[in-house]
Design a protein around this ligand. Sequence first.
Ligand SMILES: Nc1ncnc2c1ncn2[C@@H]1O[C@H](COP(=O)(O)OP(=O)(O)OP(=O)(O)O)[C@@H](O)[C@H]1O
Ligand SMILES: [Mg+2]
Length: 385
Amino acid sequence: MTAEEAADVRLLRLIIELTSTDLEVTEVIQRVATLVTAATGSDVCFVHLVDEEHRRVVLAGATPPFDELVGTVELPLGEGIAGWVALHGEATVVPDKWNDARYRYIPALRGEDYVAMMSVPMAARGRVVGVLNVHSRQARDYAEHDLALLTQVARLMARTIENARLYRRLAEREEMLETFAARTVEAQEHERRRLAGEIHDGISQRLVSLWYHLLAAEDAAADPGALHRELAVAKELATAALAEARGAITDLRPSVLDDLGLGPSLESLVRTLSVPEVTLDVSPVELPPHVEVALYRIAQEALQNVEKHARASTVRLSLTAGDDGVRLVVHDDGRGFEEGSDDDAASRHAYGMMGIRERAELIGARLSVTSLPGRGTAVEVVVPR
Ligand SMILES: Nc1ncnc2c1ncn2[C@@H]1O[C@H](COP(=O)(O)OP(=O)(O)OP(=O)(O)O)[C@@H](O)[C@H]1O
Ligand SMILES: [Mg+2]
Protein backbone atom coordinates (compact mmCIF):
# COMPACT_ATOMS: atom_id res chain seq x y z
CA MET A 1 0.00 0.00 0.00
CA THR A 2 1.40 3.41 -0.89
CA ALA A 3 1.50 6.15 1.72
CA GLU A 4 -1.31 7.91 -0.13
CA GLU A 5 -3.52 4.79 -0.10
CA ALA A 6 -2.82 4.28 3.58
CA ALA A 7 -3.88 7.86 4.29
CA ASP A 8 -7.12 7.31 2.34
CA VAL A 9 -7.92 4.17 4.30
CA ARG A 10 -7.26 6.01 7.55
CA LEU A 11 -9.60 8.81 6.51
CA LEU A 12 -12.38 6.50 5.43
CA ARG A 13 -12.06 4.49 8.63
CA LEU A 14 -12.27 7.64 10.68
CA ILE A 15 -15.40 8.68 8.82
CA ILE A 16 -17.01 5.28 9.20
CA GLU A 17 -16.31 5.48 12.92
CA LEU A 18 -17.80 8.97 13.07
CA THR A 19 -20.94 7.94 11.24
CA SER A 20 -21.51 4.97 13.51
CA THR A 21 -21.35 6.94 16.75
CA ASP A 22 -24.32 8.55 18.49
CA LEU A 23 -23.27 11.99 17.28
CA GLU A 24 -25.92 14.29 15.84
CA VAL A 25 -25.74 14.31 12.07
CA THR A 26 -24.88 18.04 12.08
CA GLU A 27 -21.87 17.31 14.26
CA VAL A 28 -20.75 14.47 11.95
CA ILE A 29 -21.02 16.78 8.93
CA GLN A 30 -18.97 19.38 10.74
CA ARG A 31 -16.16 17.00 11.58
CA VAL A 32 -16.13 15.40 8.13
CA ALA A 33 -15.81 18.87 6.59
CA THR A 34 -12.58 19.43 8.50
CA LEU A 35 -11.23 15.94 7.70
CA VAL A 36 -11.79 16.15 3.93
CA THR A 37 -10.37 19.64 3.74
CA ALA A 38 -7.09 18.34 5.12
CA ALA A 39 -7.15 15.09 3.15
CA THR A 40 -7.61 16.81 -0.21
CA GLY A 41 -5.21 19.64 0.57
CA SER A 42 -8.04 22.15 0.25
CA ASP A 43 -8.64 25.34 2.18
CA VAL A 44 -12.33 25.09 2.94
CA CYS A 45 -15.22 22.63 2.71
CA PHE A 46 -18.94 23.33 2.39
CA VAL A 47 -21.63 20.73 2.86
CA HIS A 48 -25.04 21.57 1.40
CA LEU A 49 -28.18 19.53 2.01
CA VAL A 50 -31.02 19.24 -0.47
CA ASP A 51 -34.36 20.59 0.68
CA GLU A 52 -36.66 18.84 -1.79
CA GLU A 53 -39.80 20.54 -0.67
CA HIS A 54 -38.46 24.02 -1.37
CA ARG A 55 -36.25 22.93 -4.27
CA ARG A 56 -33.05 24.38 -2.84
CA VAL A 57 -29.78 23.42 -1.22
CA VAL A 58 -28.96 24.77 2.23
CA LEU A 59 -25.53 25.06 3.89
CA ALA A 60 -25.47 22.38 6.59
CA GLY A 61 -21.82 22.27 7.56
CA ALA A 62 -18.50 23.99 6.82
CA THR A 63 -14.98 24.40 8.07
CA PRO A 64 -14.54 27.38 10.42
CA PRO A 65 -15.23 30.23 10.27
CA PHE A 66 -18.03 29.41 7.84
CA ASP A 67 -19.62 26.92 10.27
CA GLU A 68 -21.36 29.94 11.79
CA LEU A 69 -23.33 30.39 8.57
CA VAL A 70 -24.95 26.95 8.71
CA GLY A 71 -28.63 27.23 7.84
CA THR A 72 -28.33 30.79 6.54
CA VAL A 73 -26.91 30.24 3.04
CA GLU A 74 -29.00 28.66 0.31
CA LEU A 75 -29.14 28.22 -3.44
CA PRO A 76 -32.10 27.27 -5.63
CA LEU A 77 -31.78 23.73 -7.00
CA GLY A 78 -29.93 24.00 -10.34
CA GLU A 79 -28.24 27.31 -9.51
CA GLY A 80 -24.58 27.80 -8.68
CA ILE A 81 -22.20 24.86 -8.85
CA ALA A 82 -23.62 23.15 -5.73
CA GLY A 83 -27.16 23.62 -7.06
CA TRP A 84 -26.12 22.20 -10.43
CA VAL A 85 -24.49 19.13 -8.86
CA ALA A 86 -27.52 18.55 -6.64
CA LEU A 87 -29.86 18.73 -9.60
CA HIS A 88 -27.80 16.58 -11.98
CA GLY A 89 -26.35 14.15 -9.44
CA GLU A 90 -22.97 14.45 -11.19
CA ALA A 91 -19.60 15.34 -9.71
CA THR A 92 -17.61 18.19 -11.18
CA VAL A 93 -14.05 19.47 -10.92
CA VAL A 94 -13.60 23.20 -11.51
CA PRO A 95 -9.96 24.37 -11.85
CA ASP A 96 -10.98 28.05 -11.99
CA LYS A 97 -14.52 28.89 -11.07
CA TRP A 98 -14.28 32.38 -12.59
CA ASN A 99 -14.26 30.61 -15.94
CA ASP A 100 -17.30 28.51 -15.12
CA ALA A 101 -20.71 29.82 -16.18
CA ARG A 102 -22.47 27.80 -13.47
CA TYR A 103 -20.67 29.59 -10.65
CA ARG A 104 -22.64 32.03 -8.53
CA TYR A 105 -20.94 34.47 -6.21
CA ILE A 106 -22.11 34.29 -2.59
CA PRO A 107 -20.54 37.14 -0.59
CA ALA A 108 -21.09 35.44 2.80
CA LEU A 109 -18.96 32.46 1.67
CA ARG A 110 -16.18 34.82 0.50
CA GLY A 111 -16.19 33.47 -3.03
CA GLU A 112 -13.45 35.93 -3.98
CA ASP A 113 -10.92 34.10 -1.80
CA TYR A 114 -11.15 30.73 -3.57
CA VAL A 115 -10.43 29.72 -7.12
CA ALA A 116 -10.50 25.94 -7.67
CA MET A 117 -13.15 23.58 -6.42
CA MET A 118 -14.47 20.06 -6.50
CA SER A 119 -18.14 19.32 -5.95
CA VAL A 120 -19.66 15.83 -5.55
CA PRO A 121 -23.23 14.74 -4.95
CA MET A 122 -24.13 12.74 -1.85
CA ALA A 123 -26.64 10.16 -3.06
CA ALA A 124 -28.38 7.37 -1.17
CA ARG A 125 -31.08 5.02 -2.45
CA GLY A 126 -31.11 6.87 -5.75
CA ARG A 127 -31.76 10.29 -4.17
CA VAL A 128 -29.32 13.15 -4.01
CA VAL A 129 -29.45 14.24 -0.38
CA GLY A 130 -26.72 16.84 -0.54
CA VAL A 131 -23.49 18.12 -2.05
CA LEU A 132 -19.95 18.04 -0.71
CA ASN A 133 -17.67 20.88 -1.89
CA VAL A 134 -14.01 21.55 -1.29
CA HIS A 135 -12.36 24.80 -2.38
CA SER A 136 -8.80 25.87 -2.80
CA ARG A 137 -7.32 29.37 -2.82
CA GLN A 138 -5.05 28.57 -5.75
CA ALA A 139 -6.12 27.59 -9.24
CA ARG A 140 -5.50 23.87 -9.45
CA ASP A 141 -6.72 20.81 -11.25
CA TYR A 142 -7.84 18.40 -8.53
CA ALA A 143 -6.41 14.97 -9.33
CA GLU A 144 -8.47 11.91 -10.24
CA HIS A 145 -7.46 10.51 -6.88
CA ASP A 146 -8.93 13.50 -4.97
CA LEU A 147 -12.20 13.14 -6.80
CA ALA A 148 -12.38 9.40 -6.07
CA LEU A 149 -11.69 10.01 -2.39
CA LEU A 150 -14.28 12.76 -2.08
CA THR A 151 -16.79 10.53 -3.87
CA GLN A 152 -16.22 7.76 -1.33
CA VAL A 153 -16.68 10.16 1.55
CA ALA A 154 -19.84 11.52 -0.07
CA ARG A 155 -21.25 8.01 -0.32
CA LEU A 156 -20.68 7.37 3.40
CA MET A 157 -22.13 10.71 4.32
CA ALA A 158 -25.21 10.20 2.16
CA ARG A 159 -26.09 7.04 4.09
CA THR A 160 -25.75 8.80 7.42
CA ILE A 161 -27.80 11.77 6.29
CA GLU A 162 -30.50 9.60 4.75
CA ASN A 163 -30.69 7.42 7.87
CA ALA A 164 -31.02 10.48 10.06
CA ARG A 165 -33.84 11.72 7.84
CA LEU A 166 -35.63 8.37 7.99
CA TYR A 167 -35.15 8.27 11.74
CA ARG A 168 -36.62 11.77 12.07
CA ARG A 169 -39.60 10.73 9.98
CA LEU A 170 -40.13 7.66 12.11
CA ALA A 171 -40.00 9.77 15.26
CA GLU A 172 -42.59 12.14 13.77
CA ARG A 173 -44.84 9.21 12.89
CA GLU A 174 -44.52 7.89 16.40
CA GLU A 175 -45.48 11.26 17.79
CA MET A 176 -48.51 11.36 15.48
CA LEU A 177 -49.53 7.91 16.63
CA GLU A 178 -49.25 9.01 20.23
CA THR A 179 -51.48 12.00 19.55
CA PHE A 180 -53.89 9.70 17.79
CA ALA A 181 -53.96 7.31 20.74
CA ALA A 182 -54.55 10.19 23.15
CA ARG A 183 -57.43 11.42 21.01
CA THR A 184 -58.93 7.95 20.88
CA VAL A 185 -58.83 7.70 24.65
CA GLU A 186 -60.41 11.15 24.91
CA ALA A 187 -63.14 10.17 22.49
CA GLN A 188 -63.77 7.02 24.49
CA GLU A 189 -63.98 9.00 27.70
CA HIS A 190 -66.44 11.34 26.09
CA GLU A 191 -68.50 8.43 24.85
CA ARG A 192 -68.49 6.96 28.35
CA ARG A 193 -69.69 10.21 29.86
CA ARG A 194 -72.43 10.43 27.28
CA LEU A 195 -73.51 6.88 28.01
CA ALA A 196 -73.42 7.52 31.76
CA GLY A 197 -75.69 10.49 31.16
CA GLU A 198 -78.05 8.37 29.13
CA ILE A 199 -78.20 5.68 31.78
CA HIS A 200 -78.72 8.28 34.48
CA ASP A 201 -81.40 10.28 32.69
CA GLY A 202 -83.16 7.40 31.03
CA ILE A 203 -82.83 4.06 32.73
CA SER A 204 -82.23 5.15 36.34
CA GLN A 205 -85.08 7.67 36.28
CA ARG A 206 -87.46 5.01 35.09
CA LEU A 207 -86.30 2.53 37.67
CA VAL A 208 -86.79 5.11 40.42
CA SER A 209 -90.37 5.77 39.24
CA LEU A 210 -90.92 2.06 38.95
CA TRP A 211 -89.86 1.67 42.56
CA TYR A 212 -92.33 4.33 43.72
CA HIS A 213 -95.18 2.77 41.77
CA LEU A 214 -94.41 -0.63 43.28
CA LEU A 215 -94.46 0.95 46.76
CA ALA A 216 -97.82 2.53 45.93
CA ALA A 217 -99.08 -0.84 44.71
CA GLU A 218 -98.04 -2.38 48.02
CA ASP A 219 -99.95 0.33 49.92
CA ALA A 220 -102.98 -0.16 47.67
CA ALA A 221 -103.24 -3.90 48.38
CA ALA A 222 -106.75 -3.34 49.82
CA ASP A 223 -107.97 -1.42 46.75
CA PRO A 224 -107.90 -3.74 43.70
CA GLY A 225 -108.62 -0.88 41.24
CA ALA A 226 -105.73 1.25 42.48
CA LEU A 227 -103.48 -1.80 42.76
CA HIS A 228 -104.20 -2.66 39.17
CA ARG A 229 -103.47 0.89 37.97
CA GLU A 230 -100.15 1.04 39.86
CA LEU A 231 -99.04 -2.32 38.51
CA ALA A 232 -99.96 -1.29 34.96
CA VAL A 233 -97.78 1.84 35.25
CA ALA A 234 -95.01 -0.22 36.80
CA LYS A 235 -95.13 -2.67 33.91
CA GLU A 236 -94.95 0.17 31.43
CA LEU A 237 -91.95 1.65 33.22
CA ALA A 238 -90.18 -1.69 33.27
CA THR A 239 -90.74 -2.06 29.53
CA ALA A 240 -89.46 1.46 28.90
CA ALA A 241 -86.38 0.91 31.06
CA LEU A 242 -85.66 -2.28 29.14
CA ALA A 243 -86.02 -0.44 25.84
CA GLU A 244 -83.68 2.31 27.06
CA ALA A 245 -81.12 -0.27 28.17
CA ARG A 246 -81.30 -1.96 24.78
CA GLY A 247 -80.97 1.40 23.10
CA ALA A 248 -77.89 2.26 25.13
CA ILE A 249 -76.28 -1.07 24.27
CA THR A 250 -77.02 -0.70 20.57
CA ASP A 251 -75.60 2.79 20.78
CA LEU A 252 -72.38 1.42 22.16
CA ARG A 253 -71.87 -0.91 19.24
CA PRO A 254 -74.08 -0.48 16.23
CA SER A 255 -74.63 -4.15 15.39
CA VAL A 256 -76.61 -3.12 12.29
CA LEU A 257 -73.28 -2.31 10.73
CA ASP A 258 -72.24 -5.93 10.96
CA ASP A 259 -75.64 -7.18 9.92
CA LEU A 260 -76.40 -4.84 7.05
CA GLY A 261 -73.30 -2.86 6.14
CA LEU A 262 -72.92 0.92 6.21
CA GLY A 263 -75.30 1.96 3.41
CA PRO A 264 -78.38 0.06 4.59
CA SER A 265 -77.61 0.99 8.21
CA LEU A 266 -77.71 4.65 7.26
CA GLU A 267 -80.96 4.08 5.40
CA SER A 268 -82.50 2.49 8.46
CA LEU A 269 -81.36 5.48 10.56
CA VAL A 270 -83.05 7.91 8.21
CA ARG A 271 -86.25 5.89 8.22
CA THR A 272 -86.69 6.40 11.96
CA LEU A 273 -86.95 10.19 11.48
CA SER A 274 -90.24 12.02 11.70
CA VAL A 275 -89.24 14.48 8.95
CA PRO A 276 -91.99 14.44 6.25
CA GLU A 277 -89.75 13.87 3.27
CA VAL A 278 -86.48 12.00 3.07
CA THR A 279 -84.20 11.53 0.08
CA LEU A 280 -81.55 8.86 0.04
CA ASP A 281 -78.62 8.51 -2.29
CA VAL A 282 -76.52 5.67 -0.98
CA SER A 283 -73.97 3.84 -3.10
CA PRO A 284 -71.90 0.87 -2.00
CA VAL A 285 -68.52 1.98 -0.60
CA GLU A 286 -65.51 0.08 0.68
CA LEU A 287 -64.22 1.36 4.01
CA PRO A 288 -62.31 -0.06 6.99
CA PRO A 289 -64.61 -1.04 9.90
CA HIS A 290 -63.56 1.77 12.25
CA VAL A 291 -64.24 4.34 9.53
CA GLU A 292 -67.70 2.83 8.99
CA VAL A 293 -68.47 3.15 12.69
CA ALA A 294 -67.29 6.77 12.70
CA LEU A 295 -69.43 7.67 9.65
CA TYR A 296 -72.42 5.89 11.13
CA ARG A 297 -72.06 7.82 14.40
CA ILE A 298 -71.62 11.11 12.58
CA ALA A 299 -74.75 10.49 10.51
CA GLN A 300 -76.62 9.41 13.61
CA GLU A 301 -75.81 12.62 15.49
CA ALA A 302 -76.46 14.83 12.45
CA LEU A 303 -79.85 13.17 11.94
CA GLN A 304 -80.65 13.42 15.64
CA ASN A 305 -79.92 17.13 15.40
CA VAL A 306 -82.27 17.41 12.43
CA GLU A 307 -84.94 15.68 14.45
CA LYS A 308 -84.32 17.75 17.60
CA HIS A 309 -83.59 21.20 16.24
CA ALA A 310 -84.27 21.65 12.55
CA ARG A 311 -88.06 21.39 12.15
CA ALA A 312 -87.23 20.50 8.57
CA SER A 313 -89.65 19.39 5.89
CA THR A 314 -87.03 17.47 3.94
CA VAL A 315 -83.78 15.78 4.80
CA ARG A 316 -81.34 14.33 2.31
CA LEU A 317 -78.65 11.80 3.14
CA SER A 318 -76.05 10.76 0.61
CA LEU A 319 -73.07 8.44 0.74
CA THR A 320 -71.03 8.46 -2.44
CA ALA A 321 -67.57 7.48 -3.63
CA GLY A 322 -65.72 9.98 -5.80
CA ASP A 323 -62.21 10.90 -6.88
CA ASP A 324 -61.49 12.70 -3.63
CA GLY A 325 -62.80 9.88 -1.44
CA VAL A 326 -66.02 8.81 0.24
CA ARG A 327 -68.46 11.63 0.93
CA LEU A 328 -71.26 11.59 3.47
CA VAL A 329 -73.74 14.46 3.45
CA VAL A 330 -76.71 15.09 5.73
CA HIS A 331 -78.67 18.06 4.53
CA ASP A 332 -81.91 19.53 5.87
CA ASP A 333 -84.03 22.50 4.89
CA GLY A 334 -84.89 23.41 8.46
CA ARG A 335 -84.36 26.53 10.54
CA GLY A 336 -80.58 26.33 10.63
CA PHE A 337 -78.40 28.07 13.20
CA GLU A 338 -75.52 30.46 13.48
CA GLU A 339 -72.28 28.75 14.41
CA GLY A 340 -71.13 29.63 17.88
CA SER A 341 -74.23 31.70 18.62
CA ASP A 342 -76.03 29.09 20.65
CA ASP A 343 -74.86 29.96 24.17
CA ASP A 344 -77.72 27.95 25.42
CA ALA A 345 -76.49 24.80 23.75
CA ALA A 346 -72.89 25.54 24.67
CA SER A 347 -73.66 26.04 28.33
CA ARG A 348 -75.76 22.88 28.37
CA HIS A 349 -74.11 19.66 27.32
CA ALA A 350 -74.07 20.15 23.49
CA TYR A 351 -71.68 17.29 22.87
CA GLY A 352 -73.10 16.33 19.53
CA MET A 353 -71.18 18.63 17.19
CA MET A 354 -68.03 18.18 19.24
CA GLY A 355 -68.38 14.41 18.84
CA ILE A 356 -68.85 14.80 15.09
CA ARG A 357 -65.73 16.90 14.90
CA GLU A 358 -63.67 14.50 16.98
CA ARG A 359 -64.79 11.48 15.00
CA ALA A 360 -63.99 13.15 11.68
CA GLU A 361 -60.56 14.12 12.94
CA LEU A 362 -59.83 10.64 14.22
CA ILE A 363 -60.37 9.09 10.80
CA GLY A 364 -58.51 11.88 9.01
CA ALA A 365 -61.65 13.12 7.27
CA ARG A 366 -62.48 16.67 6.20
CA LEU A 367 -65.58 18.04 7.88
CA SER A 368 -67.67 21.01 6.93
CA VAL A 369 -70.81 22.19 8.69
CA THR A 370 -72.71 24.89 6.87
CA SER A 371 -75.81 26.40 8.33
CA LEU A 372 -77.73 29.60 7.86
CA PRO A 373 -80.66 30.68 10.01
CA GLY A 374 -83.78 29.89 8.05
CA ARG A 375 -81.86 28.16 5.28
CA GLY A 376 -81.13 24.71 6.65
CA THR A 377 -77.99 22.86 7.62
CA ALA A 378 -75.53 20.63 5.81
CA VAL A 379 -73.01 18.37 7.48
CA GLU A 380 -70.46 17.02 5.04
CA VAL A 381 -67.63 14.60 5.71
CA VAL A 382 -65.08 13.49 3.12
CA VAL A 383 -62.86 10.51 3.93
CA PRO A 384 -59.82 10.80 1.65
CA ARG A 385 -58.88 7.78 -0.43
N1 LIG B 1 -79.74 20.43 11.80
C1 LIG B 1 -79.82 21.45 12.66
N2 LIG B 1 -80.78 22.40 12.52
C2 LIG B 1 -80.85 23.43 13.38
N3 LIG B 1 -80.02 23.61 14.42
C3 LIG B 1 -79.06 22.71 14.63
C4 LIG B 1 -78.90 21.59 13.77
N4 LIG B 1 -77.84 20.89 14.20
C5 LIG B 1 -77.37 21.53 15.28
N5 LIG B 1 -78.10 22.63 15.56
C6 LIG B 1 -77.83 23.64 16.62
O1 LIG B 1 -76.53 23.47 17.09
C7 LIG B 1 -76.53 23.23 18.48
C8 LIG B 1 -75.41 22.30 18.86
O2 LIG B 1 -75.67 20.98 18.40
P1 LIG B 1 -75.13 19.77 19.23
O3 LIG B 1 -75.49 18.54 18.53
O4 LIG B 1 -73.69 20.02 19.52
O5 LIG B 1 -75.89 19.90 20.61
P2 LIG B 1 -77.31 19.42 21.01
O6 LIG B 1 -77.95 18.65 19.91
O7 LIG B 1 -78.05 20.61 21.49
O8 LIG B 1 -77.02 18.50 22.25
P3 LIG B 1 -76.45 16.98 22.21
O9 LIG B 1 -76.15 16.65 20.80
O10 LIG B 1 -75.23 17.02 23.06
O11 LIG B 1 -77.51 16.16 22.77
C9 LIG B 1 -77.89 22.69 18.78
O12 LIG B 1 -78.28 22.95 20.10
C10 LIG B 1 -78.75 23.46 17.80
O13 LIG B 1 -79.06 24.73 18.27
MG1 LIG C 1 -77.00 17.08 19.00
